[in-house]
Design a protein around this ligand. Structure first.
Ligand SMILES: [Zn+2]
Length: 330
């Protein structure tokens, strides 16, 4: 069973008609109304079997991001029902669970690395600190993203707030990629390590500032935001080339070991971005991959795979450094 029809259409028309002026107050009222109305009428007895799914043209404008995904939309759900919808097969199920599972994977990595791997190779406090910080960034990214996909159907206000959180999570995830890589690559050159970490921090702050700007949801800003994310990711090429030079060029064993991993990582990034921008495959098979196989789901799965791959690469570099420590910094 879904919400009563008049309540649903009333909410839909109000959602669509919101303008930016004074909208926040109305959104607060609307969120409370959804939760109260739901508690009084439906939610006390709502089960996962009662969560209704909608078609693209039935949902409010703020949920109409991808016209090629035609069915399986959740809408008008209270916070409680959003959580219950975790167990209802809908077009966000893979988006949500891919990053919840990703979160669990990186929690397990944190435990295994700190309890088994780092002590086994006699790593020090800085190893524990850097590896844990990188993994915490990945975990934060996974949770923000899962949170956005769980609660974006609650209201327009909730959707915007969670989208900001999701975008902040991507910046933090990118920091998580840079932290261990820069730390271990420039282990013997602490000045360059600090310079690159500082530059990454400045770039990340610029990205965060841009997405917190009130106008950041307009289509024009969407492009600017995307360019900033690409710059933040592409910036890694500069320290990589510098590191090859400082390490003695292509002939060095460590360079030959690490550079293919950087190339593979950028390949992951570009293929994820490719799915995101082209909306492939749903653009060519509209309505056929609503529940499984749509571009955003590929984007999510590739992000988890890329983080995991990069973490494994970082662990290899850490082990290499420990095993070659006596003559590495000479
Ligand atoms: Zn997402």
């Amino acid at each position: 069973m879904g919400m009563p029809v008049d309540y649903k259409s009333n909410l839909k028309s109000r959602n669509v008609s919101q303008s930016s002026s004074g909208a926040d107050t109305v959104y607060v009222f609307m969120d409370i109304e959804i939760d109260r109305g739901c508690q009084a009428a439906v939610c006390t007895s709502i089960g996962k079997e009662d969560i209704q799914l909608y078609k693209y043209n039935e949902v409010p404008e703020f949920l109409q991001g991808n016209p090629y995904v035609r069915d399986g939309y959740r809408a008008f759900l209270s916070s409680n029902a959003c959580i219950k919808s975790l167990f209802v097969w809908n077009n966000e199920t893979i988006n949500i669970w891919s990053h919840l599972i990703g979160f669990v994977i990186f929690c397990l990595c944190t435990l295994v690395d700190n309890i088994v791997m780092i002590p086994h190779y006699s790593g020090g406090f800085s190893d524990h600190l850097i590896v844990t910080a990188g993994l915490l960034c990945y975990q934060f990214c996974m949770l923000c993203s899962a949170g956005y996909h769980i609660f974006n159907c609650h209201s327009e206000r909730a959707s915007k707030r969670w989208l900001m959180t999701d975008l902040a999570g991507i910046s933090v995830g990118l920091i998580g990629c840079y932290l261990p890589a820069v730390h271990y690559a420039f282990y013997c050159l602490s000045i360059w390590r600090d310079i690159y970490l500082f530059t990454v921090a400045i770039l990340s702050a610029a990205v965060l500032f841009t997405q917190l700007h009130p106008r950041s949801f307009s289509p024009h800003w969407w492009t600017k935001r995307l360019i900033l994310y690409c710059c933040l990711a592409a910036y890694g090429i500069i320290p990589t080339i510098h590191w090859i030079y400082l390490s003695g060029g292509w002939e060095e064993e460590m360079v030959q070991m690490f550079i293919p991993k950087v190339v593979i990582m950028y390949f992951f990034g570009m293929s994820a971005l490719g799915f995101y921008l082209t909306k492939f495959p749903e653009r060519y098979f509209p309505g056929k991959v609503d529940y499984i196989g749509s571009s955003h789901q590929w984007w999510h799965v590739i992000v988890v795979a890329a983080f995991f791959y990069w973490h494994a690469a970082g662990s290899e570099i850490f082990i290499y450094r420990i095993q070659h420590a006596p003559h590495m910094c000479s």
